[in-house]
Write a protein that binds this ligand. Sequence first.
Ligand SMILES: CC(C)(COP(=O)(O)OP(=O)(O)OC[C@H]1O[C@@H](n2cnc3c(N)ncnc32)[C@H](O)[C@@H]1OP(=O)(O)O)[C@@H](O)C(=O)NCCC(=O)NCCS
Length: 285
Amino acid sequence: MPFLTRKSHTRESLARDLSAAGVNAGDVLIVHSSLKKVGWIAGGAQEMIRALQETIGPEGTLLMPTFTFSLSGWLLPPFDPWNTASRVGLLTDTFWRCTDVRRTAHPTHSVAAWGRLAAKFTSGPISYEPLGIDSPIDRACRAGAKILLIGVEQNRNSTIHVAEARAGMPYLRVPFTIDDLYDEAWYIDSRGAPAKFLAIREMPGSSEGFEVLDNLLIQKNIATRCVVGDATSTIMSAPRLCDHVMQLLQEDPLLLLDHPNPSEITKRRRAIIEAQLSANHGGAA
Ligand SMILES: CC(C)(COP(=O)(O)OP(=O)(O)OC[C@H]1O[C@@H](n2cnc3c(N)ncnc32)[C@H](O)[C@@H]1OP(=O)(O)O)[C@@H](O)C(=O)NCCC(=O)NCCS
């Protein structure tokens, strides 16, 4: 009777895919992922992480979101950087637990980083806006990062929120929850002190509207399709992406708020821009 063998990817085969995708030694690399889309990996998430680390090498820097959305109003426990599981994928939750990986203490949008510039991207106070100016993703973008979307699309690309922040989009100030002046997150600090509260202003959200960029960025050669394991993936330069999205937002401030099934926050954000546009239009008349 023939043996049934499961087709599996390995650290070596994944590293080959990453190199073919354009990931190079010394890169600063931001990764968003769906592990299921990659197909079976011998050794699991750990081996995918080793493939990423070996491809960028010791001079490279790897970043992943480890967001937990620890808002007190959502009845989630206070964020503890040493314990709270990432809510944005198994790869990310495995990554922050690895040796020599640093994790920021941001209670909603923590980020984990490994490599040469990890300390530079993750140090400092956590009073910055989650994905705004001087956040780890913004710092990585300024350092010339590449973004690799493994098996996911632009609606998972956090750097687009950085572009919104850099463009000063007024809708970012619309609270995430319906009736708060701002959203309140809570966390245990790095010394293990009891829960503290942090007002999160300019909460990112509305990323369903980022879908409009999927084909557009490919057509404009800002993003390129590639394959990692079985996963249709996308790679791009973060600075080029940011510059292009800022330009698009200047031309059309509603661009990223357009979706057939908009969330409540997207509807409220649209209303802000529409009111502004009609005020400008009235003023010009
Ligand atoms: C939500 C999301 C993480 C779900 O993706 P997913 O592939 O279903 O889940 P994960 O990446 O967590 O991987 C877990 C899966 O890995 C798979 N897996 C387990 N071992 C594996 C192995 N050895 N090889 C390959 N896959 C394996 C399992 O199927 C597991 O799913 P299961 O627990 O349902 O069986 C993904 O769609 C996503 O959005 N990713 C991006 C998140 C992000 O970066 N957000 C930030 C901006 S909002």
